[in-house]
Design a protein around this ligand. Sequence first.
Ligand code: FBP
Length: 554
Amino acid sequence: KGLSHVCLERLSYVPVLPDCLRGRHELEEGDARECVGGHEVICSLFPRLSNAHGGHSPLKMVNLHPAAAPGPDSEGGEQRPLRLGVVLSGGQAPGGHNVIIGLHDYLQRWHPGSTLVGFLAGPRGVMQNNYKILQAEELDGYRNQGGFHMIGSGRDAIAKPEQLAAAEKTCLAHDLDGMIVIGGDDSNTNAAIMAEHFLKQDLKTNVIGVPKTIDGDLKNTDVNISFGFDTACKVYSEMIGNIMIDAMSAKKYYHFIRLMGRAASHVTLECALQTHPQLALICEEVAAHRWGLKDVTRQIADMIAQRAELGKNFGVVLIPEGLVEFMHDVSTLIAELNEMLAKGINPADQSDVIAHLTPESADLFSNLTPGIRSELLEERDPHGNVQVSHIQTEKLLIKLVGLELARRKASGTYRGKFAALAHFFGYEGRCSLPSNFDATYCNALGQAAGALVASGRTGLMATVSNLQQPANKWTVGGTPLLSMMHLERRSGRDKPVIKKALVEMGGAPMASYTSMRAIWAIQDWCRSPGPIQFRGPSADMASITLALETNEGQ
Ligand code: FBP
C-alpha cells in the first residue's frame, strides 16, 4: 500500500545477525559500574535496582555469548512463551521498526507462542492501556522501513506515582514478563524509574531500554551510538552537500543551516565532517570558551569578511539547534527563565518577566527579536527541557551578523555583499529509510532486548558493540541504566537523569574538524555525499564519528 519501489525493495533486505545471537546463547555478568555522578544519592533513590535483585548482582553489565548446551539460563533450554510489551518513546529515529521486528523475530525463534503487545502513541499508550497485538503479517510490512507509524510515539513521561500506578495496572492486565522502552536519555531515565517501581511492587515485568535518538547524545563506554544518528546525519549531509554546490554555483548567498540534535552537536559535527562547510559552530566549544552571542556573531562575521577579501560572498554555516543553551549569556537567561516558569510567572506578561530577570539577562532578553523571546518562553517539554527545535537561531544570527557586517562596512573594514538564507533540517531526517547500518544495528538491538528480558534481567539498556567490525562480529549485552545517571537541575529541582553525552573537545571527531576548519573556511572543498546507498561499496559505511571514536578506543 503506497510503498515506492525502493521501499518495496527494502522489505526484503535481511540484516546480518551477530554470531552470538545465531545459536543458543547465555548471559554472563561483566564489570561493575558506578553512576556517572551522584552515585550515593542515586542509589538511595533506586534502592532495589542498586542492590541485588532476582538473584542478579546490582550495577553489573552483562555480556551475551554462545552457550555450550541448553540450560535453564540459556536460550534453547526452557522455551517458555513470553508476554512482552514494547513502546516507542520520544522523537522518531530511523530504524525503530526494526527494533520491534528484531524483538519479535527473537521471540518467534526462541520462545514460540509469545505475545508482543505494542503500546500506541508512546508512554501514554502504556498508561491508558491503548495497544495492539503485533503479529508477523503486519510486522513484515515494516521491515527496514522508516518512521514510527506502526505504533506511533509520544513524549509523555512515566515518572509520577499516578503514572507509575497506571503503567503497573497495564502490565498486570497483560500479565507482562517484560516491557521494552525504545527511547532517548529521558525515556530511558523513565524506564529505570519504572523498573524500580515494578521491583518495589513485586511485579514480574522486567524493563529493558533501547538507545534511540538521532541526536547521538545517548552513548557511553558500553553504548557506542544511539540508533538513528547514522541515517539522519546521512540525510542532512546529502542536503547540505547539495546546498553547498548551489552556493558555489550561484555565488550570491550565505546559507545558515540549523541542524537538529538538541544540546549536543554530534549531528552538526558529523555533517561538517561529511560536507566541509565554511563554518560549523559546535555548542560544546562555545561553552568551553564561554562565548556569548556577540562572540559567536563576531566569529561568523570574521569568516565572511575573510572570504569577501578573496572575492567570495557565499558559503555555508552549520548551526546546532542547541546553540542558544550554550552561549553563556543566553544559557544564564534560560536558567533564570526556567526557575521563573517553575515558580508560575506568567510568560505572556513580558514586562513582568523582564522585571524578574537579573540586569544582564534583562538587557539581553530585551534585545532579542520578539520571535526568539516568545520561543524562549514556550512551555518546556514533559521532561523539563527547552524545546530548542522551535527556536530559530539561524534567523537571529543572520540578523546579528548582518548588523555587524553593516557596522564594519561603515568603518571601511568590510567590502563584501551579504545575502543570507535560513534553513532548518530536522524532521526530514528522522523517518528516512534506515541506512544499512541502522537497519542492522536496530535488528540486533531488538534481539538483544529480547535476550535480556528472557533471562529475567531488569533495569538494563540493551547494547550492541564492536560496531567498527562487520555485523557478524558485533557483541551483545546490557548495561545498567543507573550507571548512566547523574544529578541534573530540571524544572528548578535536582533530578537523577541519564547524562547526555556531549561532543568531547579532546575527542577524535572534534580534532578531525579543528585540523581542517581554517582551510574549509576559505577554500571551497565542498564534499557532497549524495543520497544514502543501500548497495555498492559505500552502502555499509557507518558515520565518520563512529569510525573515529571506535578507532580511537583501540
Ligand atoms: P529524542 O531525544 O526524543 O530522540 O528527540 C530528538 C529530537 O529530534 C531533537 O533533535 C529535537 O530537538 C526534538 O526531537 C524535537 O522534538 P519534537 O518532535 O517534539 O518537535
